[in-house]
Design a protein around this ligand. Structure first.
Ligand code: HEM
Ligand SMILES: *[C@@H]1O[C@H](CO)[C@@H](O)[C@H](O)[C@H]1NC(C)=O
Ligand SMILES: *[C@@H]1O[C@H](CO)[C@@H](O)[C@H](O)[C@H]1NC(C)=O
Ligand SMILES: *[C@@H]1O[C@H](CO)[C@@H](O)[C@H](O)[C@H]1NC(C)=O
Length: 422
C-alpha cells in the first residue's frame, strides 16, 4: 500500500516541488522584464483597497504600483476598516499593515516581545546586515542596544553637535553651498545631505572620517556599494516568492551577483574601520574620546565579523534617516517662505555662536518646524515586524504566527482626530 501511494505521489510531488516552483521562477523573471512598462502605465491607479483574487492575491495591483508603494499602501490602509489592511499576497500569504494607534502601541509596546524580526526578515537581510542590531532579537539585540544607547545620552549628543556636526558644517557643508552659489552651480541637495550624514555618522560612531562631503564631490565606491547593498537587499522583500532571489543567489546572477560584490566591498570597509580601531586601542592607554566602536571593543567583544556587522547596521541607521529628514525639511521650507523667514529670525535672535548646544535647545520654532516636517514626511515611513505567536490585534484583526505586521507611519497623517483619541 505505501509503495502504491508513493508511486502515485511521486509525480505529484515532483510537480508541486519542482516543476511548479520552476514555472513560477521563470514566470516572475519574465514579469520583471516587463516591469518598467507596467509601472509607468498604471501610476494613476484608483486609490482604494485592492481586490484580492485566489492564489495571486493582490499581486498585480501591487506590482503595478511598485513605484508608489508607500502611497498605495497608505491609501489601502486608510480605506480599510479600523485602518488596518490585510494584504493578500501570492499563494494565500497574508500580511498586515496598520495605521491604527491602538494597534501600533500593541505591536511596539504592550506586546513588544511578540513582534520581533522573524525568520523571513532575518534571512532576507542577513547577507547584508549579518548579526547587526537591525537583524537580531533577544539577548544579542539587548546588548547592542545597551551599548548603542550611550550614543544618545546628552553628553554624547553635545559632543555630536559641538564637535562633529560643527566641523562638518563649517569646513564642508557651508563652503560647498557657498561655492555653488558663487559659481552659479546647481547641486543635488539630497546627495549633498547624504554625504553630510555619512561623514557625521562615521565620525560620531567610529571616530573615522570618510571625507565624503569634499568640494570635489567625488563618487565614492564605498557609498555606491552601500547604496547597492541596501537597495538590492530590501528589494528582496518585494519579490513575490523568496525562492526567486534565493535561486538567483545560488546561480550568482543579476542583482544577486551585484549584491555579493557590493556587500563584500562594504564589509571590507567596515573591517578596516574595526582593525584600525583595535590598533588604536592597543597603542593608546587611554582614549581622549570614546566612540561607540571603542565601547564595544572594551566591553570584551573583539570578534571582527560581529563588530563589522555592528558598523554596517549603524551606518544604515544614521545615514538615510537623517539625510531624508533634512532633505524633506529643506524641500518643504522652500515651499513655505513664511516659515523660512520665522526660522531665520529665530536663529538670528537666539544665537551668539558660543553655546551652540544650548542655543539650539532654545530654538523652539525651528524645532517645531523640523518636527512637523518629519510628521508630514516621516524618514522611515513604514516598519515591519513579524508575529512570534498567534494574536488578535486591538482592532479585531486576527494575526497568525509568522505573519508580517507593519505599521505605516506615513498613513497615520491621514487619520482623523477622533480615531487618534480612541
Ligand atoms: C531622523 C533621524 C532618525 C529617524 C527618523 C530614525 C528612525 C528609526 C526607526 C523607525 C527605527 C526602527 C525602530 C523599530 O524597528 O522599532 C530606528 C532604529 C534605530 N536607529 Fe534610528 N532614526 C534616526 C536617526 C538615527 C541615528 C542618527 C542613529 C545613530 C547614530 C540611529 C540609530 C538607530 C539604531 C541603532 C536603531 C536600532 C534600534 C533597535 O533595534 O533597537 N538612528 N530608527
Ligand atoms: C564664500 O565664497 C566667497 C567667494 O568665493 C568667499 O569670498 C567667502 O569667504 C566664502 N564664505 C564662506 C563662509 O565660505
Ligand atoms: C572604484 O571602482 C572602479 C570601478 O569599479 C575601480 O576602477 C576603481 O579602482 C575603484 N576605486 C577605488 C578607490 O577603489
Ligand atoms: C474595529 O474594531 C473594533 C474593536 O475596537 C471591532 O469590534 C470591530 O469588529 C472592528 N471592525 C472591523 C471591520 O474589523
Amino acid at each position: 500500500m505505501p509503495e502504491l501511494l508513493l508511486q502515485l505521489f511521486t509525480p505529484f510531488f515532483f510537480f508541486i516541488f519542482f516543476l511548479l516552483p520552476l514555472f513560477f521562477f521563470f514566470f516572475f523573471l519574465a514579469l520583471q522584464k516587463n516591469h518598467k512598462k507596467v509601472e509607468t502605465h498604471s501610476s494613476t491607479t484608483a486609490t482604494a483597497i485592492p481586490k484580492a483574487y485566489p492564489l495571486i492575491g493582490s499581486y498585480f495591483a501591487f506590482k503595478a504600483n511598485n513605484n508608489r508603494r508607500i502611497q498605495w499602501l497608505s491609501d489601502a490602509v486608510l480605506a480599510s476598516p479600523n485602518v488596518t489592511f490585510t494584504f493578500h499576497q501570492l499563494l494565500g500569504e497574508k500580511s498586515i499593515i496598520t495605521a491604527n494607534p491602538a494597534t501600533v502601541q500593541h505591536i511596539l509596546k504592550t506586546q513588544f516581545s511578540n513582534y520581533q524580526k522573524g525568520g523571513n526578515t532575518l534571512t532576507t537581510l542577513s547577507d547584508f546586515l549579518g548579526a547587526g542590531i537591525f537583524n537580531v532579537n533577544g539577548e544579542n539585540w539587548k546588548f547592542q542596544r545597551q551599548v548603542a544607547s550611550h550614543e544618545f545620552n546628552s553628553r554624547s549628543l553635545r559632543k555630536f553637535v559641538e564637535v562633529v556636526v560643527e566641523a562638518e558644517l563649517n569646513q564642508r557643508l557651508i563652503p560647498t553651498l557657498n561655492d555653488s552659489q558663487s559659481q552659479s552651480k546647481t547641486l543635488d541637495f539630497q546627495d549633498i545631505l547624504q554625504r553630510f550624514a555619512f561623514d557625521n555618522i562615521c565620525k560620531i560612531a567610529f571616530g573615522f572620517d570618510p571625507e565624503y562631503l569634499t568640494p570635489s564631490l567625488k563618487d565614492s565606491n564605498l557609498t555606491k556599494a552601500f547604496e547597492d547593498a541596501h537597495i538590492i537587499s530590501t528589494k528582496r522583500f518585494r519579490e513575490p516568492l523568496a525562492l526567486v532571489w534565493k535561486m538567483k543567489r545560488k546561480l550568482n546572477i543579476g542583482s544577486e551577483k551585484r549584491l555579493r560584490i557590493a556587500v563584500s566591498e562594504v564589509q571590507e570597509f567596515a573591517r578596516k574601520i574595526v582593525r584600525e580601531k583595535k590598533k588604536e586601542l592597543k597603542e593608546k592607554a587611554s582614549l581622549d574620546s570614546v566612540d561607540m566602536l571603542s565601547r564595544f571593543l572594551t566591553s570584551g567583544h573583539s570578534d571582527e565579523d560581529f563588530l563589522m556587522d555592528i558598523v554596517i547596521s549603524f551606518i544604515l541607521a544614521g545615514k538615510y534617516t537623517t539625510s531624508a529628514a533634512l532633505t524633506w525639511f529643506f524641500w518643504i521650507l522652500s515651499k513655505n517662505p513664511r516659515v523660512e523667514k520665522e526660522i531665520m529670525k529665530e536663529i538670528r535672535e537666539k544665537s551668539e555662536g558660543v553655546r551652540v548646544y544650548e542655543e539650539v535647545k532654545d530654538m523652539v520654532y525651528t524645532h517645531a518646524a523640523l518636527s512637523e516636517s518629519m510628521r508630514l514626511y516621516p524618514p522611515v515611513p513604514m516598519d515591519d515586524k513579524d508575529a512570534m505567536k498567534n494574536d488578535v490585534l486591538p482592532d479585531g484583526t486576527i494575526v497568525k504566527k509568522g505573519m508580517s505586521v507593519a505599521y505605516h507611519v506615513y498613513a497615520m497623517i491621514g487619520l482623523s482626530f477622533d480615531l487618534k483619541g480612541g
